[in-house]
Write a protein of this length. Structure first.
Length: 454
């Protein structure tokens, strides 16, 4: 009897000891983004360094193009004599970024330098400096200032903040406004931006001037260019992320030749010589896992304003529109969580370059490389595009999208192509209805270290 009582007492004590342990168990927190080797080392050494952000990135790339379709001068590939046109080109590019940032309670500062260069690139961006050895369109000298901005505000304490200085602008999928990071230089603006953030929405108002690359010289803004806008984001429509925007692109006469020698496409274009383009649009994207494995994105934009193609030509009305629709399904229980999707993109073109209205959609400042084929022959203007997409993530830091059927054809009655990021000229080489069909299959594996982002 005493032995039974002792065993029962011991069991009760053991259960009383184990139960709190089980009740207090909590799953581990999700892994945090890797802050970078320098930040990781410094923050482990002294918690004070958590206010600092020090790091960099190196990107090396080799491109080989044979019998490449292109539009001079950005794809004017010459042999070493510089006197004949050669459609073959292979070159090595390097892009080095280094940054330092500091964040206090109510303010922060961030400075990022960049070195962009190429080796063996036969392209030329002006007639007096043909490659190789000349300044190619992806070379910007040994060092330049990529970003340098100051922020004032703390959204945990106050809803309004200010960001002032040289910075990247990126909205939505970057179909209209993006950092153009695929390019060996990238796109930045000298800008002032105010952000208002609360539980209902986040809104940004900005005004800016695009920065023009100037090989071996300090890059400065285009004084004849002004790009401004309002962008609003809300999650108040159930199960979606909704964006509304208004962008104003104002290029005065002199914008196309603001730099001597002029910068190269897509940062500066010879035509039009002036434009005032106003874009009103919206984008809706399904929330993560809100519809099971299904997801969707839709976006549409309408443009109005005016367009001046040449110095001697008249300003004519601009009226254009564009939209996209993307739907997909992700197999969450399958290895790599594969996603299959289909997308259709449309952007208006100009059916009659001799009339008094310009109808080609202005793609503004996009990152088009990820949307319309990695050959960069097309952009979101004068376009029909249908593509099938297969994506798989065998590891959280590896993404392998396969765009197995990416096809684009131009809108009827024109055959004017516009490369990724370039402007659209009012040209047509046939009066009859014509169309161009480009079909590509592309695959790329991306490895990311999930660095802390700003």
């Amino acid at each position: 009897m005493k032995r039974s009582l002792l065993a029962l007492t011991s069991s009760a004590l053991a259960l009383g000891y184990v139960s709190p342990v089980i009740a207090q168990y909590a799953p581990p927190p999700p892994p945090q983004p890797f802050p970078g080797f320098i930040n990781d080392f410094l923050r482990k050494k002294d918690p004070y360094y958590s206010q600092w952000d020090i790091g960099g990135a190196v990107r090396l790339r080799y491109e080989l193009k044979e019998n490449g379709l292109g539009l001079p001068p950005v794809n004017d590939w010459r042999d070493t004599s510089g006197t004949t046109v050669d459609n073959d080109n292979s070159y090595f590019s390097q892009k080095v970024l280094a940054h330092v940032g500091y964040t206090a309670k109510w303010w922060s500062i961030y400075v990022q330098g960049r070195s962009s260069g190429t080796s063996g690139d036969d392209r030329s961006w002006n007639a007096t400096n043909p490659g190789p050895g000349g300044a190619g369109p992806e070379s910007d000298g040994p060092a330049d200032l990529h970003q340098a901005y100051f922020t004032l505000g703390n959204h945990k304490e106050f809803p309004v903040s200010l960001k002032l200085g040289r910075q990247e602008l990126s909205y939505g999928d970057e179909r209209l406004v993006g950092a153009f990071a695929w390019n060996n230089i990238g796109r930045v603006f000298d800008a002032a931006k105010v952000r208002w953030q609360n539980s209902l929405f986040a809104a940004e108002v900005f005004t800016s001037k695009i920065v023009l690359p100037d090989d071996n010289s300090f890059n400065t803004w285009n004084d004849y260019n002004l790009f401004s806008g309002v962008h609003l984001t809300t999650k108040k429509i159930p199960k979606t992320l909704t964006e509304l925007y208004f962008f104003a692109r104002n290029d005065g006469i002199g914008s196309a030749s603001a730099q001597d020698p002029v910068s190269f496409p897509p940062f500066q274009m010879a035509a039009p010589v002036a434009r005032d383009i106003y874009t009103l649009g919206g984008r809706m994207k399904s929330g993560t896992n809100e519809f099971g494995g299904f997801d969707f994105t839709v976006e549409g934009a309408y443009q109005f304003g005016n367009w001046k193609g040449t110095l001697t030509g008249d300003r004519i009305d601009h009226d254009a529109f564009a939209f996209i629709a993307n739907a997909g399904y992700t197999f969450e229980e399958v290895f790599g969580k594969p996603r299959v999707a289909i997308e259709y993109a449309y952007a208006s073109g100009d059916s009659d370059p001799t009339d008094d209205e310009h109808n080609t959609f202005d793609n503004l400042y996009p990152t088009n490389h990820k949307f319309y084929g990695y050959m960069d022959f097309l952009s979101w203007q004068n376009l029909h595009d249908v593509r099938g997409i297969f994506q798989i993530k065998p590891h959280p830091q590896v993404s392998s999208p396969l765009k197995a059927t990416s096809s684009g054809w131009l809108t009827p009655r024109t055959i004017s192509t516009t490369s990724a990021g370039l402007g659209a000229a009012r040209v047509r080489t046939q009066t009859a209805s014509a169309a161009i069909l480009l079909t590509t299959a592309s695959w790329v594996a991306r490895l990311t270290s999930s660095p802390a982002t700003r």
